[in-house]
Structures are given as structure tokens and as C-alpha cells.
Design a protein around this ligand. Structure first.
Ligand SMILES: [Zn+2]
Length: 161
């Protein structure tokens, strides 16, 4: 990344951390169209934003980066993605149908299972399997890996929950 001279920074909300220009905790992306598109692409294709539509993308990208026109750039990128457009319509539909879930009557009838991912690798594990019994609220946390197979997950579940 290119260096920016201090004299180009005008207000005190701008800071230089290492070689990065930081504004209110966000990395200011220099005017390098390719690099900006690369960041949008990274969030869109690889990270959690996977085809979640424009606003989710804007939120994720601007959580860490900022540049003039970032919202327009993200918007244009998402508009160009067929799948994003379809997902957008789908989330709107689902939002209308949101209902409170029924309280389960028996223990172990309903479980919530989720993964906490993108963790630092510790002892070969980079994710946590979270299993919560909806009635008792007893929650199990099991260290695992993000790319776990269905078979290994079943084994993990049997041995730990
Ligand atoms: Zn998309």
C-alpha cells in the first residue's frame, strides 16, 4: 500500500497507523480502483457477506474500510450480481413471515446448533460448535474446525452433547 504524507491529512480524526491512514477506526483506501474493487470482492465472495445484498455489504465493508463513494461502489458491484439481486428479494419475503417460535415442551426436542467461525487457530481448532437446548438453555461449546465434514460433526455431537 502506498504511503500518504502527513500534510494531506487535514482534520484530527485522521491518523496514521503504520502505513495505513485511519479515519475513525476505519482504514482509508487510497484512490486505487483495483484495490477498492478487490476489497468489495473479498467481502462479497469470500467473507460472511455472501450475496446478502447491498446494505449488508455496505455495513460489512464500511466496518473496516472507508473511501469517498464506498457506498456507490458497493451498490454497483451488488447490482451487477444476479444472485445478490435474487437474495435481496428473498430476505424481504422472509422478513414478513417471521414468527415467534413455539416453546418446546420436552427437553432435547429442539436444539439450536450454530458455529462460531473465523477464530484464531488454537491447538488445531479454529471454530466452536455451539449446541443449545431450547428449553433448558443448557449450552454446549465444542472446539472444532470450520471445514468439518458431516460425519465428523455427527461424531462430535454424539461424543460431546
Ligand atoms: Zn452477489
Amino acid at each position: 500500500m502506498k504511503k500518504v504524507k502527513v500534510k494531506e491529512l487535514q482534520r484530527n480524526e485522521w491518523q496514521i497507523e503504520r502505513d495505513l491512514v485511519v479515519k475513525e477506526g476505519k482504514v482509508y483506501m487510497l484512490k486505487d480502483e483495483e484495490l477498492r474493487v478487490e476489497i468489495i470482492q473479498l467481502y462479497h465472495d469470500v467473507l460472511a457477506a455472501w450475496h446478502r445484498g447491498q446494505w449488508k455489504m455496505v455495513k460489512l465493508v464500511t466496518g473496516n474500510y472507508w473511501w469517498p463513494g464506498v457506498m456507490r461502489n458497493v451498490g454497483r458491484y451488488v447490482e451487477g450480481c444476479d444472485l445478490c439481486q435474487r437474495m435481496k428479494n428473498r430476505t424481504e419475503e422472509m422478513a414478513e413471515k417471521l414468527k415467534l417460535s413455539k416453546v418446546p415442551e420436552k427437553l432435547w426436542t429442539y436444539l439450536m446448533v450454530d458455529f462460531i467461525t473465523k477464530l484464531l487457530l488454537v491447538a488445531g481448532k479454529d471454530a466452536i460448535l455451539v449446541v443449545c437446548n431450547r428449553l433448558s438453555k443448557i449450552t454446549y461449546f465444542v472446539a472444532t474446525i470450520e471445514g468439518i465434514s458431516a460425519e465428523d460433526l455427527a461424531r462430535l455431537f454424539r461424543d460431546n452433547v
